[in-house]
Design a protein around this ligand. Sequence first.
Ligand code: ADP
Ligand code: MG
Length: 344
Amino acid sequence: MALTEFSLIARYFSRTTTPDSGVVQGIGDDAALLAVRGDRQLAVAIDTLVEGVHFPADAAPGDIAHKALAVNLSDLAAMGAEPRWFTLALTLSAAEPDWLEAFAHGLFVLADEYGIVLVGGDTTRGPLCVTVQVAGEVPPGEAMTRHGAMPGDGIYVTGTLGDAALGLALLQQHTRLSAPKRVRDEAALLARLHRPVPRVQAGLVLRSLAHAAIDVSDGLAADLGHILAASGVGATVDVDALPRSPAFRRWEQTRPAVPAKADAANGPGAVPTQAEPLALLLGGGDDYELCLCLPAEAVAQLDALEPGVALTRIGTVEAQAGLRLQHADGRSCAVPVRSGYAHF
Ligand code: ADP
Ligand code: MG
């Protein structure tokens, strides 16, 4: 039987909720009614993924759903908020049961992992577009913001940088991997691109220590730049300290001098786009790691915390405005980093 708008919602997106979810009225009324716990602030974020801009037309539906929710959870992580509820606005060109089944599966596996509940949305027909809005809770005064970084703070990042951008460069044939771990490394890098892991736990345990935080979605240089601008400070970052995954390191050490293929979009005779390690680490984007500024007194407490992911110190906040890049031996480093992606 063909899916109607309402049978589609009922079949793929309506689930029962438990009392501790705080959902007084979920899917099925004019609005959701949610019980915010006493003395908590609500942190709200929204992000849209558009076919052809954020993912290709043939992307796996489970990956699209995962990424749409994960990038929003990453925003809650950057605020130090506990994920609670989300809504989903879905624009579909057709109601395909197999596609919807895989989409809903990818969505709810991630939602259940982070204890966030779908409480409403909107379903329309048109070019494929997925908007997720999330709400999380945070005790007053504990949310991390972009302002508040102070000279002397250590700059830290979670996890590793550049993997998603390297995965994209592989797909676009701007570089290639060499044997022997090529197959495994490629799978790991593409997983970072298609299935980002939001650093929610790190945000929760570090929120009381951090002076400022942001999630790295547009590339470290651009996103750290937002913290520096909002805080009225500058920084020096050691590019040799930027954390790299094993797959990224193997590529960095063995990468071919010429790319696999010239950038077709640039036309015949165009200079091929070649993926450069520092450009990917600093400007690649899609990392969904957290970048945090921590005061010296917080560093002694880090060992006692369980952020669920490695934390690496990459630099220091300074009074002098601007972002300075240098190598471990102190040589300054000029990197042609594209500024963060801007739609307009
Ligand atoms: P309204 O007429 O108020 O716009 P709709 O008819 O669009 O409501 O939606 C009916 C119910 O289904 C509402 O509770 C809405 O939040 C929910 N809903 C619609 N689309 C989705 C979706 N993709 N995921 C989850 N809930 C949805
Ligand atoms: Mg509607």
